[in-house]
Design a protein around this ligand. Structure first.
Ligand code: 6R9
Length: 629
């Protein structure tokens, strides 16, 4: 099928100032990539050497398709690398976390304080009977205690399963049961846009018929404090206070599980992705340092929630293992006004900012005047993740936020991959619309259904050809599902995304393969048509689906959110059709356009096209647990 793909690559690129490259950790992408190719295991061993281990590995990699082991028999603890190592290297008083509440309240936590809190909570968990290998479900708002709970689990070898605090009780219930969690750590409430959202009542519902749960630990933030009734409920701060202040890190085998994380599930029921201690640690440390170019002096703000892989890897484990300062906030991007995030960048001197295209497009819709009110000169690096960063959004981000001086890293990766896989290293030419090239250490390609590479400009399936340290090890309780990832296309890891490569090896992501449109025998990625629509001045966001058409196979229907100041009209519809025709050609023209106020998205901000399609065709949309209300 992929032979029919014809993607327009216009070859426009941006070159950052040479000083960016000179001061970057990676220095030169091509040299780094070629060095990796010459000695793949040496590449990973060198990175692992930068971290602390209780015992070094016997072998860097053992690979028996589709099962990989990395840093065999090595012993470590990821919290040792995120905390103790900095404490013993003169950075006790360096700020680890800056937290800003929904109401503007602030908390600043040094590495020493974080280290102490983690050890105390780890001891608290032990006092509840938690031992190495037990699963602990963390269902919390974005507060420092959420990170403390994650690190405390890792400290004692308990496997955390963080469930995003915006999920409802059904989603929480199924995740608790699937992981057979012994403990649920939660809070009385989250605060969003000035409103209190009860979490504890949702936990109460979720634990009905989940007999695995022995205790519920509740962080009480509100006053008067919520009463704790049954004997299974315990107070977060009480278990902190009772215990011993020291907690040695559990000696973890490199291949011991570190966490389970359920995927965002744009296309089906959630899967419990399992990551291990050693490989995940090396992968997130490596990409935080060499891709995001993170230095200890940086203030990194990744706007995800730790409840997603982006938060696990680039709020918690990556930046803390590098020793940077992280900013986290419970504040939403447009409350009390759409300037709130930019004001925080100015106020806290954020240097590395990492967000999602959905947020960027939301800001574009609000207009440039909001970011222009603030001084954003502190920014050094900008990142994007989660969906294709369409050229229009790239250019806005580059010009309005980065003032034309910050490299933009459009990072392609997945819950399953644990770390960045494809991006444009800092200092390299950036091509709007393209994520970039494989991270040194990764062999990625675009292939047809038989696993044969397709020529540049031809669309195909994105695969990873060789194992990497932070790859998932299994799907919890469903190893068969894991094996499918490595057996769909040849012996490669199949990501489920469509992509196209250009002559320079840059990869553009065209969308999920389930969202492909087949119009008159031509394959069209949903992202291509959406990008063309978003490049029209009136369009803030677009989602397209294929509707069965007796003549064409699929006919394209587009759902459009307009930018502030534009009105829906038939004239505008015609303009949009003309615009797509000029950009992509007649084949990609939407036959129907509907103006909408919002689009169905996952709680992590990805458009759920299958929901639009099911609605449109009057079919069952399938699992909706990840759908944002
Ligand atoms: C990190 C994360 C993974 C899916 C992935 C792809 C999409 C992520 C992207 C991107 C285009 C990017 N995706 N980053 N598409 N460009 N830079 O989002 O993990 O929630 O597991 O989603 O997200 O479709 O396959 P996850």
């Amino acid at each position: 099928m992929s032979e029919n793909f014809d993607v327009k690559l216009d070859g426009k690129s941006y070159l950052p100032d040479p000083s960016v490259k000179e001061s970057s950790w990676i220095q030169d992408y091509e040299t780094a990539y070629n060095d990796f190719l010459k000695d793949p295991e040496g590449h990973w061993a060198n990175i692992a050497e930068e971290l602390d281990w209780f015992r070094k590995w016997d072998r860097v990699k053992e690979w028996e398709h589709p099962y990989a082991k990395w840093f065999t028999n090595a012993k470590t603890n990821i919290t040792y690398n995120c905390l103790d190592r900095h404490i013993f290297n003169g950075k006790r008083n360096k700020v680890a976390i800056i937290w800003v509440g929904d109401d503007g309240k602030e908390e600043v936590i040094t590495y020493r304080q974080l280290y102490r809190e983690v050890m105390r909570f780890a001891n608290g968990l032990k006092s509840l009977g938690v031992v190495k290998g037990d699963r602990v479900c963390i269902y919390m708002p974005l507060v420092p205690e959420q990170i403390i709970a994650m690190l405390a689990c890792a400290r004692i070898g308990a496997v955390h399963s963080v469930v995003f605090g915006g999920f409802g009780s059904n989603a929480l219930h199924s995740r608790i049961k699937d992981a057979q969690a012994k403990i649920v750590v939660t809070a009385d409430a989250a605060i969003r846009r000035g409103k209190r959202l009860d979490l504890k009542t949702l936990v109460d519902k979720a634990v009905v018929n989940a007999s695995c749960v022995e205790k519920i630990v509740v962080l009480r933030r509100m006053s008067p404090p919520m009463e704790l009734f049954s004997e299974i409920e315990v107070d977060f701060n009480e278990i902190l206070d009772k215990e011993d202040k020291e907690c040695e890190p559990e000696v973890m085998d490199s291949e011991d599980p570190l966490f389970i994380l359920y995927t965002s599930g744009t296309t089906g029921p959630a899967k419990g992705i399992v990551h291990t201690c050693g490989g995940y640690m090396v992968g997130t440390y490596y990409t935080s340092k060499y891709m995001l170019d993170l230095k200890e002096s940086d203030v990194m703000w990744c706007t995800a929630d730790p409840g997603w892989i982006t938060g696990h890897s680039y709020i918690v484990y990556g930046p803390l293992s590098v020793g940077a300062t992280i900013l986290i906030t419970e504040a939403t991007p447009d409350y009390p006004n759409p300037g709130i995030w930019w004001s925080m960048i100015e106020e806290f001197d954020v240097t590395v900012f990492y967000t999602a295209p959905t947020a960027i497009r939301m800001f574009m819709r609000q207009g440039e005047e909001w970011p222009q009110k603030y001084n954003l000169d502190c920014l050094r690096i900008l990142g994007s993740v989660g969906e294709p960063l369409n050229p229009e959004a790239f250019e806005w981000y580059y010009r309005v936020i980065g003032k034309g001086k910050c490299p933009i890293l459009d990072t392609w990766w997945q819950t399953e991959t644990g770390m960045h896989m494809i991006t444009t290293a800092v200092g390299e030419p950036m091509k709007p619309g393209f994520a970039g090239r494989p991270v040194p250490g990764i062999i990625a390609d675009v292939v047809d259904e038989n696993g044969q590479p397709v020529p540049p400009g031809t669309g195909g399936l994105l695969v990873i050809k060789e194992p990497w340290p932070s790859m998932m090890r299994t799907v919890y309780g469903n190893d068969e599902r894991y094996r499918q990832y490595w057996s769909t296309i040849g012996n490669y890891y199949t990501a489920g995304d469509l992509a196209v490569k250009d002559e320079d090896g840059y990869i553009m992501i065209l969308g999920r393969s389930d969202d492909v449109l087949i119009v008159a025998g031509h394959n069209i990625g949903s992202a291509e048509v959406e990008s063309a629509l978003v490049s029209h001045e009136a369009v803030a966001e677009a989602a397209v689906i294929g509707k069965p058409d007796p003549l064409k196979g699929d006919s394209i229907k587009a759902f459009i959110i307009l930018r502030v100041g534009y009105k829906a009209s038939d004239k505008l519809k015609l303009d949009l059709v003309y615009h797509v025709r000029m950009n992509l050609g007649p084949i990609a023209i939407p036959s129907e356009i509907e103006f909408v106020e919002s689009l169905p998205k996952t709680r992590s901000g990805k458009i759920m096209r299958r929901v639009l399609k099911a609605r449109e065709l009057g079919k069952d949309p399938g699992d909706l647990s990840t759908l944002e209300e």
